[in-house]
Design a protein around this ligand. Sequence first.
Ligand SMILES: [Mn+2]
Length: 320
Amino acid sequence: MENFYRIVEKLKNSKSVAIFTHLNPDGDAIGSVFATKAILEQYGIEANIYLEKTMPEKFSYLNTGYKIGNPDAALDEDCALALDCGAPARLGTLAPLFKTAPLLLCIDHHRSNTSFCDISYIVPEAAATCELIYTLSKEFSKNIPYEAMQGIYTGISTDTGHFKYSNTSEKTLKIAAELIEKGLDFRKITSVIYDTTKLSKLKFMGAVAERIKIYNDKISVLDARREFLDEFNLSYEDLEELPNIVSNIEGMLVGILIKSGETEDSLKLSFRGRDLLDLSLLASHFGGGGHKNAAACVVYEPIDVIIPKIVEKINEMLKE
Ligand SMILES: [Mn+2]
Protein backbone atom coordinates (compact mmCIF):
# COMPACT_ATOMS: atom_id res chain seq x y z
CA MET A 1 0.00 0.00 0.00
CA GLU A 2 2.99 2.29 0.49
CA ASN A 3 3.23 3.03 -3.23
CA PHE A 4 -0.51 3.59 -3.34
CA TYR A 5 -0.24 6.44 -0.83
CA ARG A 6 2.81 7.83 -2.61
CA ILE A 7 0.77 7.96 -5.84
CA VAL A 8 -2.17 9.63 -4.07
CA GLU A 9 0.20 12.26 -2.70
CA LYS A 10 1.84 12.89 -6.08
CA LEU A 11 -1.56 13.24 -7.77
CA LYS A 12 -2.83 15.64 -5.09
CA ASN A 13 0.29 17.75 -5.56
CA SER A 14 -0.23 17.96 -9.32
CA LYS A 15 -2.07 20.74 -11.11
CA SER A 16 -2.51 18.59 -14.20
CA VAL A 17 -2.31 14.86 -14.94
CA ALA A 18 -2.04 13.04 -18.28
CA ILE A 19 -3.86 9.68 -18.22
CA PHE A 20 -2.92 6.74 -20.46
CA THR A 21 -3.99 3.13 -20.91
CA HIS A 22 -3.17 0.12 -23.10
CA LEU A 23 -3.71 0.00 -26.85
CA ASN A 24 -6.98 -1.51 -28.12
CA PRO A 25 -8.56 -0.52 -24.81
CA ASP A 26 -11.15 -2.83 -23.22
CA GLY A 27 -13.82 -2.00 -20.64
CA ASP A 28 -11.36 -1.91 -17.74
CA ALA A 29 -8.98 0.38 -19.63
CA ILE A 30 -11.67 2.81 -20.78
CA GLY A 31 -13.54 2.55 -17.46
CA SER A 32 -10.44 3.30 -15.38
CA VAL A 33 -9.28 6.31 -17.41
CA PHE A 34 -12.67 8.07 -17.41
CA ALA A 35 -13.29 7.21 -13.73
CA THR A 36 -9.90 8.64 -12.76
CA LYS A 37 -10.47 11.75 -14.87
CA ALA A 38 -13.77 12.39 -13.04
CA ILE A 39 -12.19 11.81 -9.61
CA LEU A 40 -9.28 14.18 -10.30
CA GLU A 41 -11.45 16.87 -11.88
CA GLN A 42 -13.84 16.84 -8.93
CA TYR A 43 -10.77 17.50 -6.73
CA GLY A 44 -9.79 20.44 -8.92
CA ILE A 45 -6.96 18.79 -10.86
CA GLU A 46 -6.86 19.12 -14.65
CA ALA A 47 -7.00 15.61 -16.15
CA ASN A 48 -6.38 14.81 -19.82
CA ILE A 49 -6.88 11.37 -21.30
CA TYR A 50 -4.64 10.44 -24.24
CA LEU A 51 -5.71 7.59 -26.51
CA GLU A 52 -4.09 6.22 -29.67
CA LYS A 53 -7.33 6.19 -31.65
CA THR A 54 -11.03 6.92 -31.32
CA MET A 55 -12.42 5.04 -28.30
CA PRO A 56 -14.60 1.92 -28.82
CA GLU A 57 -18.11 3.03 -29.69
CA LYS A 58 -19.84 0.71 -27.23
CA PHE A 59 -18.33 2.58 -24.26
CA SER A 60 -19.40 5.99 -25.57
CA TYR A 61 -21.66 6.48 -22.50
CA LEU A 62 -18.39 6.99 -20.54
CA ASN A 63 -16.99 9.62 -22.88
CA THR A 64 -16.43 12.94 -21.13
CA GLY A 65 -13.73 14.04 -23.54
CA TYR A 66 -10.24 12.79 -24.46
CA LYS A 67 -7.38 13.64 -26.79
CA ILE A 68 -5.80 11.61 -29.57
CA GLY A 69 -2.14 11.58 -28.52
CA ASN A 70 0.54 12.87 -30.87
CA PRO A 71 3.54 10.47 -30.60
CA ASP A 72 5.94 13.27 -31.60
CA ALA A 73 4.72 15.84 -29.08
CA ALA A 74 5.70 16.43 -25.45
CA LEU A 75 3.33 16.54 -22.49
CA ASP A 76 3.01 19.67 -20.41
CA GLU A 77 1.13 18.01 -17.53
CA ASP A 78 2.91 17.60 -14.17
CA CYS A 79 2.78 13.82 -14.35
CA ALA A 80 1.58 10.91 -16.48
CA LEU A 81 -0.48 8.05 -15.06
CA ALA A 82 -0.70 4.69 -16.87
CA LEU A 83 -3.76 2.58 -16.00
CA ASP A 84 -4.33 -1.13 -16.70
CA CYS A 85 -1.10 -1.14 -18.67
CA GLY A 86 1.65 -3.67 -17.90
CA ALA A 87 4.53 -2.54 -20.10
CA PRO A 88 5.62 0.44 -22.24
CA ALA A 89 4.96 -1.57 -25.42
CA ARG A 90 1.32 -1.81 -24.37
CA LEU A 91 1.05 1.97 -24.71
CA GLY A 92 1.47 1.40 -28.45
CA THR A 93 2.48 4.44 -30.45
CA LEU A 94 1.96 6.67 -27.39
CA ALA A 95 4.90 5.20 -25.40
CA PRO A 96 7.27 8.07 -26.40
CA LEU A 97 4.64 10.70 -25.49
CA PHE A 98 4.02 9.07 -22.08
CA LYS A 99 7.73 9.15 -21.28
CA THR A 100 7.98 12.92 -21.81
CA ALA A 101 6.24 13.60 -18.46
CA PRO A 102 8.52 14.56 -15.56
CA LEU A 103 6.94 11.92 -13.30
CA LEU A 104 5.55 8.53 -14.36
CA LEU A 105 2.92 6.74 -12.25
CA CYS A 106 1.19 3.41 -12.77
CA ILE A 107 -1.83 1.65 -11.28
CA ASP A 108 -2.40 -1.85 -12.62
CA HIS A 109 -3.42 -5.44 -11.89
CA HIS A 110 -1.35 -7.34 -14.48
CA ARG A 111 0.97 -9.83 -12.78
CA SER A 112 3.39 -9.32 -15.68
CA ASN A 113 3.70 -5.55 -15.01
CA THR A 114 7.32 -4.55 -15.58
CA SER A 115 7.31 -1.61 -13.09
CA PHE A 116 8.28 0.76 -15.89
CA CYS A 117 7.21 3.89 -13.99
CA ASP A 118 8.77 5.95 -11.18
CA ILE A 119 6.06 4.75 -8.80
CA SER A 120 3.92 1.68 -9.57
CA TYR A 121 1.04 0.26 -7.57
CA ILE A 122 0.36 -3.25 -8.86
CA VAL A 123 -2.15 -5.63 -7.31
CA PRO A 124 -2.36 -8.90 -9.27
CA GLU A 125 -5.16 -10.15 -6.98
CA ALA A 126 -7.44 -7.32 -8.08
CA ALA A 127 -10.00 -8.50 -10.64
CA ALA A 128 -9.72 -5.20 -12.50
CA THR A 129 -7.74 -1.97 -12.41
CA CYS A 130 -11.11 -0.36 -11.72
CA GLU A 131 -11.16 -2.04 -8.29
CA LEU A 132 -8.00 -0.09 -7.46
CA ILE A 133 -9.53 3.10 -8.85
CA TYR A 134 -12.46 2.64 -6.49
CA THR A 135 -10.01 2.55 -3.57
CA LEU A 136 -8.30 5.63 -5.06
CA SER A 137 -11.62 7.50 -5.24
CA LYS A 138 -12.00 7.24 -1.45
CA GLU A 139 -8.77 9.19 -0.98
CA PHE A 140 -10.17 12.10 -2.97
CA SER A 141 -13.79 12.44 -1.85
CA LYS A 142 -16.59 10.80 0.10
CA ASN A 143 -18.88 11.62 -2.81
CA ILE A 144 -17.63 9.66 -5.76
CA PRO A 145 -18.66 11.36 -9.04
CA TYR A 146 -21.35 9.54 -11.02
CA GLU A 147 -19.05 9.32 -14.08
CA ALA A 148 -16.49 7.52 -11.92
CA MET A 149 -19.09 5.03 -10.69
CA GLN A 150 -20.07 4.23 -14.28
CA GLY A 151 -16.45 3.75 -15.32
CA ILE A 152 -15.59 1.56 -12.34
CA TYR A 153 -18.65 -0.66 -12.76
CA THR A 154 -17.85 -1.05 -16.47
CA GLY A 155 -14.28 -2.12 -15.71
CA ILE A 156 -15.01 -4.64 -12.98
CA SER A 157 -17.96 -6.06 -14.88
CA THR A 158 -16.09 -6.56 -18.16
CA ASP A 159 -12.84 -7.88 -16.62
CA THR A 160 -14.78 -10.53 -14.66
CA GLY A 161 -17.01 -11.62 -17.58
CA HIS A 162 -19.81 -9.93 -15.67
CA PHE A 163 -18.88 -11.55 -12.35
CA LYS A 164 -18.47 -15.04 -13.85
CA TYR A 165 -14.69 -15.63 -13.90
CA SER A 166 -12.67 -16.97 -10.97
CA ASN A 167 -11.00 -13.57 -10.46
CA THR A 168 -14.34 -12.33 -9.05
CA SER A 169 -13.75 -11.86 -5.32
CA GLU A 170 -15.74 -10.84 -2.30
CA LYS A 171 -14.17 -7.42 -2.78
CA THR A 172 -15.32 -7.21 -6.40
CA LEU A 173 -18.90 -7.89 -5.40
CA LYS A 174 -18.68 -5.50 -2.43
CA ILE A 175 -17.56 -2.69 -4.74
CA ALA A 176 -20.43 -3.44 -7.13
CA ALA A 177 -22.83 -3.45 -4.17
CA GLU A 178 -21.50 -0.13 -2.86
CA LEU A 179 -21.84 1.49 -6.28
CA ILE A 180 -25.46 0.34 -6.51
CA GLU A 181 -26.06 1.56 -2.96
CA LYS A 182 -24.71 4.96 -4.00
CA GLY A 183 -27.32 5.12 -6.75
CA LEU A 184 -25.61 3.71 -9.84
CA ASP A 185 -28.05 2.72 -12.57
CA PHE A 186 -26.10 -0.42 -13.55
CA ARG A 187 -28.81 -1.63 -15.89
CA LYS A 188 -28.16 1.32 -18.16
CA ILE A 189 -24.59 -0.01 -18.53
CA THR A 190 -25.32 -3.74 -18.83
CA SER A 191 -28.07 -3.22 -21.38
CA VAL A 192 -25.56 -1.44 -23.65
CA ILE A 193 -22.54 -3.71 -23.17
CA TYR A 194 -24.24 -7.11 -22.95
CA ASP A 195 -27.75 -6.89 -24.33
CA THR A 196 -27.27 -4.88 -27.49
CA THR A 197 -26.00 -6.58 -30.65
CA LYS A 198 -25.32 -5.11 -34.04
CA LEU A 199 -27.37 -6.91 -36.70
CA SER A 200 -24.15 -7.40 -38.70
CA LYS A 201 -22.66 -9.16 -35.66
CA LEU A 202 -25.60 -11.51 -35.31
CA LYS A 203 -25.25 -12.48 -38.97
CA PHE A 204 -21.52 -12.93 -38.42
CA MET A 205 -22.19 -15.31 -35.52
CA GLY A 206 -24.40 -17.41 -37.78
CA ALA A 207 -21.53 -17.68 -40.24
CA VAL A 208 -19.13 -18.51 -37.39
CA ALA A 209 -21.26 -21.50 -36.39
CA GLU A 210 -21.06 -22.82 -39.97
CA ARG A 211 -17.33 -22.22 -40.19
CA ILE A 212 -16.02 -23.83 -36.97
CA LYS A 213 -14.10 -27.06 -37.59
CA ILE A 214 -13.80 -29.79 -34.98
CA TYR A 215 -10.73 -32.02 -34.73
CA ASN A 216 -10.71 -35.36 -32.86
CA ASP A 217 -14.00 -34.42 -31.12
CA LYS A 218 -12.10 -32.17 -28.73
CA ILE A 219 -10.43 -29.29 -30.54
CA SER A 220 -12.48 -26.50 -32.12
CA VAL A 221 -10.88 -24.22 -34.69
CA LEU A 222 -12.21 -21.03 -36.22
CA ASP A 223 -10.52 -19.33 -39.15
CA ALA A 224 -11.36 -15.68 -38.51
CA ARG A 225 -8.82 -13.96 -40.72
CA ARG A 226 -9.52 -10.37 -41.64
CA GLU A 227 -11.18 -11.18 -44.99
CA PHE A 228 -13.91 -13.05 -43.11
CA LEU A 229 -14.51 -10.12 -40.72
CA ASP A 230 -14.50 -7.66 -43.62
CA GLU A 231 -17.46 -9.46 -45.21
CA PHE A 232 -19.47 -8.35 -42.16
CA ASN A 233 -17.77 -4.99 -41.73
CA LEU A 234 -16.51 -5.96 -38.25
CA SER A 235 -13.14 -5.51 -36.55
CA TYR A 236 -11.48 -7.68 -33.89
CA GLU A 237 -12.42 -5.02 -31.34
CA ASP A 238 -16.10 -5.80 -32.01
CA LEU A 239 -15.45 -9.46 -31.24
CA GLU A 240 -13.65 -9.71 -27.90
CA GLU A 241 -15.69 -12.75 -26.91
CA LEU A 242 -14.84 -14.72 -30.06
CA PRO A 243 -12.11 -16.90 -28.47
CA ASN A 244 -14.57 -17.95 -25.75
CA ILE A 245 -17.30 -18.71 -28.25
CA VAL A 246 -14.93 -21.10 -30.02
CA SER A 247 -13.74 -22.83 -26.83
CA ASN A 248 -17.08 -22.94 -24.97
CA ILE A 249 -18.55 -25.58 -27.29
CA GLU A 250 -19.62 -28.61 -25.28
CA GLY A 251 -17.01 -31.36 -25.15
CA MET A 252 -14.11 -29.23 -26.41
CA LEU A 253 -10.81 -29.24 -24.51
CA VAL A 254 -9.12 -26.52 -26.55
CA GLY A 255 -10.49 -23.76 -28.76
CA ILE A 256 -8.21 -22.21 -31.38
CA LEU A 257 -8.97 -18.87 -32.97
CA ILE A 258 -7.01 -17.96 -36.09
CA LYS A 259 -6.60 -14.24 -36.78
CA SER A 260 -4.60 -12.32 -39.34
CA GLY A 261 -1.14 -11.37 -38.08
CA GLU A 262 0.60 -8.01 -38.33
CA THR A 263 2.34 -9.06 -41.54
CA GLU A 264 0.93 -10.66 -44.71
CA ASP A 265 2.54 -14.04 -44.03
CA SER A 266 1.75 -14.31 -40.32
CA LEU A 267 -1.19 -15.63 -38.32
CA LYS A 268 -2.07 -14.95 -34.73
CA LEU A 269 -3.42 -18.00 -32.91
CA SER A 270 -5.32 -17.72 -29.62
CA PHE A 271 -5.80 -20.81 -27.47
CA ARG A 272 -8.49 -21.15 -24.83
CA GLY A 273 -8.88 -24.14 -22.54
CA ARG A 274 -10.80 -25.60 -19.65
CA ASP A 275 -8.11 -26.50 -17.07
CA LEU A 276 -7.13 -29.82 -18.67
CA LEU A 277 -3.99 -28.75 -20.49
CA ASP A 278 -1.42 -26.06 -19.80
CA LEU A 279 -1.88 -23.96 -22.92
CA SER A 280 1.07 -21.71 -22.06
CA LEU A 281 3.24 -24.78 -22.79
CA LEU A 282 1.43 -25.39 -26.06
CA ALA A 283 1.87 -21.75 -27.09
CA SER A 284 5.53 -21.65 -26.06
CA HIS A 285 6.19 -24.73 -28.21
CA PHE A 286 5.11 -22.54 -31.14
CA GLY A 287 7.02 -19.47 -29.99
CA GLY A 288 4.29 -17.78 -27.91
CA GLY A 289 3.18 -17.73 -24.29
CA GLY A 290 0.38 -16.87 -21.89
CA HIS A 291 -1.57 -18.48 -19.10
CA LYS A 292 -2.80 -22.02 -18.43
CA ASN A 293 -6.25 -21.45 -19.94
CA ALA A 294 -5.50 -18.61 -22.33
CA ALA A 295 -2.40 -18.38 -24.48
CA ALA A 296 -1.36 -17.16 -27.91
CA CYS A 297 1.37 -17.34 -30.51
CA VAL A 298 2.27 -15.89 -33.90
CA VAL A 299 3.11 -18.37 -36.67
CA TYR A 300 4.43 -18.00 -40.22
CA GLU A 301 3.03 -21.11 -41.90
CA PRO A 302 -0.22 -21.57 -43.84
CA ILE A 303 -3.26 -22.79 -41.90
CA ASP A 304 -3.32 -26.24 -43.52
CA VAL A 305 0.28 -26.80 -42.40
CA ILE A 306 0.21 -25.35 -38.89
CA ILE A 307 -3.15 -26.60 -37.62
CA PRO A 308 -2.31 -30.32 -38.07
CA LYS A 309 0.97 -29.70 -36.19
CA ILE A 310 -0.89 -28.08 -33.31
CA VAL A 311 -3.53 -30.82 -33.22
CA GLU A 312 -0.73 -33.39 -33.08
CA LYS A 313 1.01 -31.52 -30.25
CA ILE A 314 -2.26 -31.35 -28.27
CA ASN A 315 -2.76 -35.10 -28.71
CA GLU A 316 0.78 -35.66 -27.50
CA MET A 317 0.21 -33.47 -24.43
CA LEU A 318 -3.05 -35.30 -23.65
CA LYS A 319 -1.20 -38.64 -23.58
CA GLU A 320 1.38 -37.36 -21.07
MN1 LIG B 1 -7.80 -4.98 -16.68
